[in-house]
Every structure is written in structure tokens, then in C-alpha cells.
Ligand binder design. Structure first.
Ligand code: NAD
Length: 315
């Protein structure tokens, strides 16, 4: 069996984790990867240690676009600051005529809305994009779709995540994008912050970010699938500890609803505390990438969300 050939955009925390995870899979290999300074292509497959050999490039995404016929799936693990960045990158692939599949771990509702606008161009290229395939949205919003099946009416979906990383430098975009959700901060302000500004902020909070009422696309994805009738019924918040790998709190998704007998109850999905953010983001992104290839094979094209289909298992 031919292995699925994947291009990974971004070689930061999630991009590196993707290389490590795919190295343990029989069905796929990463053949192209880039960061902001360079790119690498290898027909044989790329491992973590190959990142030392990135070829310098001013437009590394452009180099990956030139290689568009050498892979069938893209995992976008790029920062999304500003909100238009990843949609803009996808537009470049579309314009170049790439016909394949994409998944991403985009988080913001605004960003996913921008992605939805690309539906007809993706269809024209016979491409499939499954958006919001990380942990939240992704694993947890998909779990909410399953949980909703027991109820006639869903009252709310409450997502509380906990992430522990030993050093913010390993997941720079994730941390900046989380900061953008703090009161008084915006996406643009977080983008403009220097590394010293981020260090200073984290020093004031003992390395922790406590986030409430995040603008997360779990809301729009769950509304589109019919789980909820109003975006207000989904709330997302979390605690990020940038100084300890141990999770500060367990990650939970609680869906509350009323059954056909009139009983009010909740289903709760709890992630194992030992599972890292990378495991819970890249695992689903690859599972959805395999689903996207399945959809393309069945001639179903366009943009979808992680709540529209079950991910498959990449072996
Ligand atoms: P990171 O900062 O560690 O890595 C980003 C990578 O992108 C780096 O290699 C950087 O060099 C590269 N890059 C930046 N600009 C580029 C450009 N113009 N051309 C080519 N490469 C470029 O980021 P991360 O912490 O791995 O996060 C990646 C994304 O995943 C973020 O948007 C983050 O919010 C998202 N994320 C989603 C979830 C979820 O549950 N949905 C969880 C965690 C992270």
C-alpha cells in the first residue's frame, strides 16, 4: 500500500509533534515541511532530526506550493495571527491549483468563518478542507456531537481545558493566541508583543494564563451541525501553565440537555491527564486528514468542520 504523503506547514510545537507521531504510523509519511525561514522536501519521508537540514527560503510556503503534486494532504500548524493568515495561505494553494485535502487546528470563530468562504473555490479544485481539527475545537467538539444524541434539547456545552508545557518557547503561537483572549488584549496586540513582553506577562502570573469566554469556533461548528441553536450556548475556557508539563486542571467537555422523558442530565468527556496538548491536537488532525482523503475519494469536496464527520484512525 502506498503511504499517504503529507505536507506540514509550520515546524513549531505542533509541526514537530506531527513528525514524531507520523514516524510511528505505517500508513503515512511527511514528505514536506516548512517554517518561517526554510523548507524541506524528501520523497522518502522526513523525521525530526531532518529539521536541521531545512533549506533557507524567504517564502517557504511558496516552495511547498511549488511541490503541490508531491503530496495529497496538508496539516496547517501555522500561527494564526492575524485571523486572516491561514485562510490567506490556503488561498495561495487554491490559486496554484492544488487538488488535495487539508486539516488545521484553527481555534477562533472569526478564522473558521473566513475559511468557510473558501467553499466554492475548494470545490472547484476538487479539494476537501476539514477545519478546527485540534483538541478544542476538534476532539472535544466532536465528542459534544456524540453526547448530544441522548437529548431532545441541549442546554449548554461547557469546555474547560487544562494544558501544561514546561516552556512557552516550544509553543509560541499557541501562547500568543491564548494571550489574545485575556481581558484588554486583542489578536493584533498579542501579535505585536515582543518575546520580552510575553516573558514579563508570564512572570506576573507565575507562568499561568487563566482564560474565560474564549472566542472558540466550537460554537459555530456545533451550531452548524445542529447540536445547539445559539452560539451563546457554548462556553470555552481553560488554564495554561507555561512552566510545568503537568496539566493544571483536567480537560473536560460537559454537555447538558433534556431527554425525551423530560430528565435533565449531563454527559462528560474527560481527557486523561497524562495526554499532552500535542497528542490531543495532532492525533485528531491526522485522523481527520484520513477522513478528508476518504471524502475526496467519494467525490465530496468543499469545506467542513470537525463536527461534521468522525475522524478515522491513521494506522
Ligand atoms: P509554533 O509557534 O510553535 O509554530 C509555528 C510554526 O509556524 C513555526 O515553525 C514558524 O516558523 C512557522 N511559521 C510562522 N510563519 C510562517 C510563514 N510565514 N511561513 C512558514 N512558516 C511559518 O505554533 P504552535 O504552538 O505549534 O501552534 C500552531 C497553531 O496551532 C496555532 O495557531 C495554535 O493556536 C494552534 N493550536 C490549536 C489547538 C487546538 O486545540 N485547536 C491547540 C494548540 C494549538
Amino acid at each position: 500500500m502506498d503511504k499517504i504523503k503529507i505536507a506540514v506547514l509550520g515546524a513549531g510545537g505542533l509541526g514537530k509533534a506531527c513528525l514524531e507521531i507520523v514516524a510511528k504510523k505505517k500508513e503515512a509519511k511527511v514528505v514536506a515541511i516548512c517554517n518561517s525561514g526554510g523548507y524541506l522536501y524528501s520523497k522518502k519521508g522526513i523525521s525530526l532530526k531532518d529539521l536541521d537540514r531545512l533549506k533557507p527560503s524567504k517564502d517557504s510556503i511558496g516552495e511547498i506550493i511549488r511541490l503541490k503534486d508531491e503530496f495529497e494532504g496538508i496539516f496547517a500548524a501555522l500561527p494564526n495571527l492575524p485571523n486572516e493568515f491561514v485562510p490567506g495561505v490556503v488561498k495561495r494553494f487554491i490559486k496554484a491549483g492544488y487538488s488535495g485535502v487539508y486539516t488545521c487546528a484553527l481555534k477562533r470563530t472569526t478564522a473558521i468563518k473566513l475559511m468557510m468562504k473558501l467553499d466554492s473555490s475548494l470545490k472547484k479544485n476538487k479539494s476537501v478542507y476539514i477545519a478546527g481539527c485540534g483538541a478544542t475545537p476538534g476532539l472535544l467538539s466532536a465528542a459534544a456531537v456524540l453526547a448530544a444524541q441522548s437529548f431532545i434539547k441541549v442546554e449548554d456545552v461547557n469546555i474547560r481545558w487544562g494544558v501544561g508545557i514546561s516552556n512557552w518557547n516550544a509553543y509560541r503561537a499557541t501562547i500568543r493566541e491564548d494571550i489574545a483572549h485575556l481581558p484588554g488584549y486583542t489578536v493584533n496586540r498579542a501579535k505585536r508583543m515582543t518575546d520580552r513582553d510575553v516573558d514579563r506577562l508570564l512572570n506576573r502570573t507565575d507562568g499561568k494564563l487563566v482564560l474565560r469566554n474564549m472566542e472558540h469556533a466550537d460554537d459555530i461548528l456545533l451550531k452548524n451541525t445542529g447540536v445547539i441553536d445559539s452560539l451563546k450556548k457554548v462556553s470555552v475556557g481553560g488554564v495554561m501553565d507555561t512552566r510545568h508539563a503537568k496539566k493544571p486542571v483536567s480537560t473536560t467537555m460537559t454537555l447538558t440537555g433534556t431527554t425525551f422523558e423530560g430528565k435533565k442530565s449531563s454527559h462528560r468527556f474527560i481527557l486523561g491527564d497524562e495526554t499532552s496538548m500535542a497528542a490531543n491536537v495532532v492525533g485528531p488532525a491526522l485522523g481527520y486528514l484520513k477522513r478528508a482523503l476518504w471524502l475526496k475519494k467519494h467525490k465530496i469536496h468543499g469545506i467542513f468542520g470537525s463536527t461534521d464527520f468522525m475522524p478515522m484512525i491513521l494506522r
